[in-house]
Design a protein around this ligand. Structure first.
Ligand code: FCB
Length: 442
């Protein structure tokens, strides 16, 4: 194969998943609903009315899935803990059977020499906490710290890599500003409060992990998708600038530079108490980058902040789900982030989605040439960034398995392993074989 960039021996190759997207077992062993369980019940919000009730049934098939990871030669695996599985009410009494599931997962990973990367929050806030105001109340930071303490005490003897949250900006924007994701709120004050309280929760979580996990390596996972205005009309340029602050800056700037970006700072001030920025900006060990594509922003008065999604320029190469295809943007993002935040970067998500069925052929082979080409190009871009000074230490493909792709349901496939959702059969796609070869030779 043509593109086979060389990475250092200790470069960490892995795959990422998240609890609600793969586990299923929605009511198994005492798990209670999260805001995503509730959201999926709303009419017309998820394609085909689907939900994560069963998903990849990973809750029951975990040993087989770890075998699969081992067969691919993965060195690391990023998963998330389902908060309502381990604390059904969000706080208070833990659910022993739920906690036990992650014990078993972690032990199996370690047996196979796969490093567990545990993310505490991948969007599935317990519904019980949402009923008490969720992220719009300041108590949220304390609830999160208590949940972090439970996980730290339980898993901290074996898990050293911890992430507080996944994609702060995406879940707050989609859930509290656009209303397109759980908990389906579109309100400026709620959104601003959610931003600030999630930042406070992150800071409190970092302190908790630092105190309870000896030798912890702690980071946070950010979605950074450079924002470009759809046109050079002043209203699009200004809207894209505000969108950029929300998407790309509100969380990493607060956490790593101890301030909010200019336009947000003013709006969020009523919710900020003395000492808060120091509570948020706690020292971290690495920067988790989820990157897919640049975003084109434009003025859109139908949405609460007056910004929305524009279209990429006509003729721009796109993926099968219409996301811009721009490996150069990935390279530049890695270089820029190294300069801006001065932390080692782990790419905690990158991958290729399609609505094609990608079913196994008669020989049991799943050909996914577009995904394979995408991974080749993006990994080559990462090598180039590294050569130009980007401090990138690892890469986790999104995703190990086809899974529940939020509002896109099961129709959008990101896995390097195909899942037949009728039989739950797993079949590595060509891209998985290529990735396994890369790891072996890397
Ligand atoms: C990211 C999410 C992840 C997955 C990918 C495609 O925004 O973190 O759960 O849905 O996009």
């Amino acid at each position: 194969m043509s593109e086979r960039p060389v990475f250092p021996k200790d470069f960490l190759w892995g795959a990422s998943t998240s609890a609600y997207q793969i586990e299923g077992g929605a009511e198994a062993d005492g798990r209670a609903p999260s805001i995503w369980d509730s959201f999926c019940k709303l009419k017309g919000r998820v394609d085909n009315g689907e939900s994560g009730d069963v998903a990849c049934d990973h809750y029951h098939r975990m040993p087989e899935d770890v075998e699969l990871m081992a067969a691919l030669g993965l060195r690391a695996y990023r998963f998330s803990v389902s908060w309502p599985r381990v604390l059904p009410r969000g706080r208070g009494a833990p659910n022993e059977k739920g906690l036990d599931f992650y014990d078993r997962l972690i032990d199996r990973l370690l047996e196979k020499n796969i490093e567990p990367w545990l993310c505490l929050y991948h969007w599935d806030l317990p519904q019980a906490l949402q009923d008490m105001g969720g992220w719009t109340v300041r108590d949220g930071a304390g609830w999160f710290a208590d949940y972090a303490a439970l996980c730290a005490r339980r898993y901290g003897d074996r898990v050293k890599r911890w992430a507080t949250f996944n994609e702060f900006s995406v879940f707050t924007l989609f859930g509290w500003a656009f209303g397109w994701g759980a908990p389906s709120i579109a309100d400026r004050a709620s959104h601003l409060k959610a931003i600030h309280h999630v930042n406070l929760a992150h800071g409190a979580g970092v302190d908790t992990l630092r105190a309870l996990v000896p030798g912890a390596s702690i980071g946070a996972v950010h979605s950074v998708q450079p924002m470009r205005p759809e046109t050079d009309r002043p209203e699009d340029v200004e809207a894209a600038a505000l969108f950029d602050e929300h998407w790309n800056r509100a969380f990493p700037d607060a956490q790593l530079l101890a301030h909010y970006p200019r336009r947000i700072a003013e709006a969020i001030e009523p919710y900020v108490q003395p000492g808060d920025m120091a509570r948020i900006a706690r020292p971290l060990d690495w920067f988790g980058l989820n990157h897919y594509a640049p975003v084109y922003g434009r003025r859109d008065d139908s949405l609460i902040w007056g910004f929305g999604f524009g279209s990429p320029p006509a003729g721009m190469k796109r993926t099968a789900i219409d996301w811009p295809y721009d490996p150069g943007c990935f390279r530049d993002t890695l270089i820029d982030l190294t300069r801006r935040y001065r932390l080692p970067i782990y790419v905690t998500e990158n991958g290729y989605g399609t609505k094609a069925a990608e079913a196994p052929d008669a020989e049991g082979r799943v050909a996914d040439p577009e995904r394979l080409a995408y991974l080749q190009a993006y990994i080559a871009a990462m090598a180039e960034a590294k050569a130009r000074g980007a401090d990138v230490r690892g890469y986790f493909v999104w995703s190990l398995l086809d899974n529940f792709e939020w509002g896109g349901g099961y129709g959008t496939r990101f896995g390097i392993v195909h899942v037949d959702f009728k039989t739950q059969a797993r079949t590595p796609k060509d891209s998985a074989r290529w990735y396994a070869d890369l790891i072996r030779g890397g």
